[in-house]
Design a protein. Structure first.
Length: 305
């Protein structure tokens, strides 16, 4: 009979401003492209768990939306998700982008982490992009946080190039309590497959559509069924806010939606390791980002937080 060995285990919340590289860090630690990333801010809309496993530890990393101003009910959902991520947390990893560290927005991070008793570490990310003086930069960045915020340790990392990720994990492990696994050793996440596929499709929208349009897009996967030939037939809906946006998403002679569909199909096939036939519909729902019921239908249900 298998006996649960005591290991180091716990939860780590990944916090930071939009675009700092939180989702890229999650992917780097679990060594799998689970979380969607993009150059556009507010790519992540809901908390996503990525589970790191080895023989003597299990670390559940929680990727969160970037901390930003609340302008509608979707923002409010995102903001509540961030607060939820620090409930009962064992450690907080605050990520700062080395290229944009010089902002006045640190008070937004302070507001969240001042409520946390758990230990905190500072991760200075995108270190592949420039030369820097470690001591000078640590001093500068720490001075931007509230005086009361104390970081146990600072790491200079590159989530993209996977630089210094191992050392960061080793440090986190030591900080976690003794315990058992919360999830099976083979689990990478507890997120439903349909939700991950919806996000993969939204990522293609973020890549291929300009300006504000992707921010007003939601995606739901309506059905997934394997055909006799073992191909996975997926039907999904892209929701946008205006007729004019629908026109742009479909594109002249349907070229844009075809492009989005091809990119998404390839990424989904990689994710589920199966051939995919993807059918995308585009519908308009004015103002969905401010409608509670629609938000819940599209995967952003405040009651689930
Ligand atoms: N050069 C470089 N780029 C990075 C690094 N980490 C992330 N990026 C890029 O920065 C952009 C934002 O990364 P994300 O991981 O989506 O950032 P995020 O903090 O999750 O963003 P939100 O979810 O919008 O808050 C993407 O284009 C990433 O490829 C890094 O270490 N080096
Ligand atoms: Mg993200």
């Amino acid at each position: 009979m298998a006996v649960d060995r005591v290991i180091k285990s716990g939860f780590v919340s990944i916090l930071g401003l939009p675009n700092a590289g939180k989702s890229s860090f999650l992917n780097a630690v679990i060594n799998y492209e689970l979380a969607i990333t993009s150059r556009k801010p507010q790519t992540t809309r809901k908390n996503l768990k990525g589970i790191y496993n080895d023989e003597n530890s299990q670390i559940v990393f929680v990727d969160t939306p970037g901390i930003h101003e609340v302008k509608n009910k979707l923002d409010d959902y995102m903001s509540k998700s961030i607060s939820k991520s620090i409930d009962d947390i064992d450690l907080v990893a605050v990520i700062v982008d080395i290229m944009t560290y010089d902002t006045d927005n640190y008070y937004k991070i302070d507001k969240i982490i001042s409520k946390v008793n758990a230990k905190k570490i500072l991760l200075i990310n995108k270190c592949d992009l420039i030369e820097y003086d470690e001591e000078e930069l640590i001093k500068k960045i720490k001075s931007k946080f509230d005086d009361k915020v104390n970081f146990e340790k600072t790491f200079f990392i590159s989530a993209l190039k996977k630089k210094n990720i191992k050392n960061t994990i080793e440090f986190i492990k030591k900080e976690l309590p003794d315990g058992n696994r919360f999830y099976s050793e083979d689990d990478l996440t507890d997120e439903p497959t349909k939700q991950i596929i919806a996000d993969i499709i939204r990522q293609q929208c973020l890549y291929k559509l300009e300006k504000e349009i992707p921010h007003g897009i939601a995606v739901i996967v309506e059905s997934m069924k394997k055909s006799k030939s073992k191909c996975m037939n997926i039907v999904a809906k892209i929701i946008c806010e205006r007729d004019s946006h629908k026109g742009i998403i479909i594109g002249k002679n349907g070229i844009m939606i075809k492009n989005i569909g091809t990119g998404a199909r390839i990424a989904i096939e990689r994710f589920i390791d199966n051939k995919v036939n993807l059918k995308l519909d585009v519908v308009v729902k004015n103002n969905w980002r401010d409608e509670k019921t629609l938000l819940a239908n599209y995967g952003y249900d405040g009651k689930e937080l």
